[in-house]
Design a protein around this ligand. Structure first.
Ligand code: SF4
Length: 203
């Protein structure tokens, strides 16, 4: 290992694995050809498309390779070429594929049926969730922010000091957005007079 960098080692390991996988594919090609690419088991990465992305969980910003087949995520791994994590991931980043698929009772990876892809809304005092369009949700949020701010805005505090604030709205997060987005969200919150601004990442 002397003189061999971590990245070079990972790459040579990948090349070896690919070679073994290729040989395995020759010996079992008849069997593998009987199955859909999505059911290839140990060969599941053979027909995948690789896309690089950034872990959304925290501001470390680790690089991840996402393998997809037919538009579905089948595997994720740390990106060895990414300068921040060099292929490693913490437990949260490692389990990121759970957002897209689960392991079923037959030990197969299948799309996670609980993943939310639509807006769900539960009206006040209702006992059920309704599906709503994104535009409806955005307009509803804007209406409620305005109504709350208008009803609670304080120009001066009890000592007569100008404060221009509302304490009825709080802003939380996010660890999933970058510096520029955080800057804009912070600016929007301050412009609205929101002073309760928090973040859920404890780094
Ligand atoms: S949550 Fe973990 S894997 Fe994701 S960016 Fe943060 S340290 Fe990296």
């Amino acid at each position: 290992m002397a003189g061999l960098s971590r990245r070079a080692f990972l790459k040579s390991l990948g090349a070896s694995t690919l070679g073994l996988s290729f040989l395995g594919g020759i010996t079992d090609s008849a069997d593998a050809s009987q199955k859909s690419p999505i059911d290839l088991g140990p060969y599941r990465l053979k027909f995948t498309r690789e896309t690089t992305t950034i872990c959304p969980y925290c501001a470390v910003g680790c690089g991840i390779i996402v393998h997809t087949q037919e538009g579905k995520v089948v595997y994720t791994e740390g990106d060895p070429d990414h300068p921040i994590n060099e292929g490693s991931l913490c437990p949260k980043g490692l389990s990121i594929s759970d957002l897209s698929f689960i392991v079923d009772k037959n030990n197969k990876r299948v799309p996670n049926p609980r993943r939310l892809t639509k807006v769900l809304y539960r009206a006040p005092r209702s006992d059920r969730w309704e599906e709503k369009p994104w535009d409806w949700a955005l307009n509803k949020i804007a209406e409620r922010v305005k109504a709350t701010r208008d009803a609670t805005f304080e120009i001066k505090d009890e000592n007569g000091v100008v404060v221009n604030r509302t304490q009825a709205i709080a802003h939380l997060g996010s660890a999933s957005i970058d510096n520029e987005e955080n800057y804009l969200m912070h600016k929007l919150a301050r412009a609205l007079g929101i002073i309760n601004i928090e973040h859920h990442a404890r780094l």
